[in-house]
Design a protein around this ligand. Structure first.
Ligand code: 5GP
Ligand code: ZN
Length: 116
């Protein structure tokens, strides 16, 4: 997994604006924020996507959810946030290392999906 962008961020080979870290999870600001608060929460070990997750990944996936509110509140979204995990080509996943977007701010983030 040498070339995985987010694994490289975990290893410190690529800089990122880290906002939270524990033994299993890392969170850092999205490089192209789509709302005033836009953070990515990732497992420190490589999981390609939710389509590749296994039983062994259950604890870290739970941890990602469990720390989300604390991160959102710390970053300026104390009254809620939206968490998004894109999976595969249908989900629009661009970086193939599981990541949960936390988007928010002072204002509602808007409709869940754009109408098609
Ligand atoms: P996806 O479409 O895969 O769910 O989202 C990938 C996200 O990663 C995008 O929002 C994009 O802005 C973000 N991203 C891509 N490359 C980098 C990077 O090098 N650093 C950071 N902090 N975010 C990145
Ligand atoms: Zn990776």
């Amino acid at each position: 997994m040498q070339e995985c962008l987010f694994c490289r961020i975990v290893r410190g080979e690529i800089p990122a604006a880290k906002v939270y870290e524990d033994d299993e999870v890392l969170a850092f600001k999205d490089i192209h924020p789509q709302r005033p608060v836009h953070v990515l929460v990732i497992p420190k070990h490589h999981i390609t996507s939710l389509a590749h997750a296994s039983e062994a990944d259950v604890p870290v996936l739970g941890r990602m959810l469990a720390v989300a509110h604390r991160i959102a509140a710390d970053q300026g979204s104390p009254n809620g946030f939206r968490s998004i995990i894109n999976t595969g080509p249908v989900g629009g996943q661009e970086v193939m290392h599981v990541h949960m977007h936390i988007v928010g701010g002072q204002e509602p983030v808007g409709p869940m999906l754009r109408r098609i």
